[in-house]
Design a protein around this ligand. Sequence first.
Ligand SMILES: Cc1cc2nc3c(=O)[nH]c(=O)nc-3n(C[C@H](O)[C@H](O)[C@H](O)COP(=O)(O)O)c2cc1C
Length: 356
Amino acid sequence: MWPKTAFMQRLGLNSPLIQAPMAGGATTPELVAAVSNAGGLGSFAAGYLNAQQITSGIAEIHALTDRPFAVNLFMPEYPFALTEKIEQIQAIMEPFRQELGIEAACPVNPPDFTAQVEAVLAAQVPIFSFTFGLLSNELVQRFKAQDCLLIGTATNVREALALQTIGVDYIVAQGSEAGGHRGTFSGDVDSGLTGTMALVPQLTAALNTPVLAAGGIMNGKGIVAALALGAEGVQMGTAFLSCEESGIPESYRQALLAQEGDDTALTRAFSGKWARGIRNRFMVEMRTAEDVIPDYPIQNGLTRDIRQAATQQSRPEFMSLWAGQAVALSQACTVAELLARLEQEVSQALKRLSKM
Ligand SMILES: Cc1cc2nc3c(=O)[nH]c(=O)nc-3n(C[C@H](O)[C@H](O)[C@H](O)COP(=O)(O)O)c2cc1C
């Protein structure tokens, strides 16, 4: 039996679990629907998708489940990089391309945010989540007019208070253990590197808005700990990556399952934004280029050809293998098996605590 939280009751869920949105192909309609059908909240990551892909992805999820699910977008950023700097970083990355046998492709721009958000609004989804910033007041009002619940992402108290001020319904407290990109949008990377254990109670103390814990939570003990810290729900990413329904390449899945400890690190090398992934050659060799790497999303567009070729050639040393610090607890299973195991582990953890 899952413990009941107000978050579960409000959303009509059987468990306090949110499958994290994971842009880049992991959150297939099958994964999202399987989580929602199993009583959690599936999230469809649409950050890298264009409006048409968002519309068709949402339609596919609707065909697979009647249960609520969330759609997630990245708040847009518009940095600038001098041509010289781009040429410099391209020259630094040339040896990787030579090893992969490819020529530098035209950099790819991210999809247009306005078109993305209009596609989400047109689909009238029940829950919209976002990261990397704040939603404008106008968009908050438009989502609320549709009775759509809003979930923002914070990595420190300042960001959480700003999200509360714009009126989101829930705030994801993203601890520094988390896999993937840091959601930090106020201050430098160091201002958003508090661990989940320290971040969740700080946010619950500072906010009236309910908190959802994320970062390094992979089993029942972690879920119970997050609830004990005051979270109403738990957003897990890495734990779902190795599920059969996830859309990641086989070489990525094997890398996750092979981890025996925490060999993850934060890097800007792949995208220009700090993100946590399994340490590999590209991350290590790009360290000396840190000052030259342009900001997200410019670097993300520049490295796309390298990441794509590496995936096609099964060369994980050049792929972004995003994963959280508890990645060694990854298991190969279906979503239904994962949720059943987590439910059992939560019961065992609660029983153990009640006997103390
Ligand atoms: C592969 C991957 C991709 C991610 N993409 C997104 C995303 O598109 N949007 C988002 O809000 N968070 C994204 N995240 C972060 C998750 O929402 C969450 O904070 C993180 O997975 C929690 O840590 P854990 O992986 O240790 O469970 C991503 C995480 C991973 C591992």
